[in-house]
Structure formats: C-alpha cells, structure tokens
Ligand binder design. Sequence first.
Ligand code: AMP
Length: 113
Amino acid sequence: MSETIFSKIIRREIPADIVYEDDLALAFRDINAQAPTHIVVIPKKVIPRVSDASWEDQSLLGHLLLTVQKVAQEAGLTNGYRVVINNGNDGGQTVDHLHLHILGGRKLQWPPG
Ligand code: AMP
C-alpha cells in the first residue's frame, strides 16, 4: 500500500507534536487546527481509508476509538469533543492513511459543511 506523510511521522522522519503512542497507534496535533484542541489518531498499520478496512481490522478499529477516549481525556476535553473520520473525496479526506480527528475546546456546529 502506498505511504503518506503519516508514515513519515510514524518513523520520525518528519517532526510532529506527538501526544500519545503505543504499539498500534499514534496521536499528534493537527498542523492546521480547526479547534483549540485538534489531535489526529492514526493506526501504525497503513489502511488508506475506513472503507478499505476489513473484519481482520476489527480489534484495531476498536483500539483506535479507545485511544481517542484516552487522548481526549489526557487533553482535558471534559466538556465533550467530536470524532471525525473523513473518507474519500466527497468526505474531504486529504491524507490516504486512516485517521480519526479529535476536535474540542469550543462548541462545534452541526451539521458540518
Ligand atoms: P483529512 O483532511 O481528514 O485527510 O485530514 C488530514 C489532516 O492531516 C488535516 O487536518 C491536516 O491538517 C493534517 N496534517 C497534514 N499533514 C500534517 C502534518 N505534517 N502534521 C500534522 N497534521 C498534518
């Protein structure tokens, strides 16, 4: 599978503000924050889009959500937050490495644009 800038972040080939890491996942601050707290959680395994995930990835996907929970708690998002997965062109995905956005620190609008 083709690599993206996120693989370079995993390998520390380019800098990022990493806030969490374990064997399966990495979390770092988004370089173009859309909220006071904007953190991206990624699997170390390269899965381009959530639509490319398979049932083999079931426990990894659960791991990512629980990582979101942990990272949001550590970031102090006690008043809530939003978790976003953009998928493909119409979903607004720009980096083809599955990632979960954590957005918080302000009241977010709904519906998104
Ligand atoms: P998406 O549009 O859902 O594919 O989200 C990709 C996100 O990755 C965007 O919010 C970008 O700002 C963010 N991003 C791209 N490159 C970097 C980087 N080097 N460090 C941190 N965040 C990045």
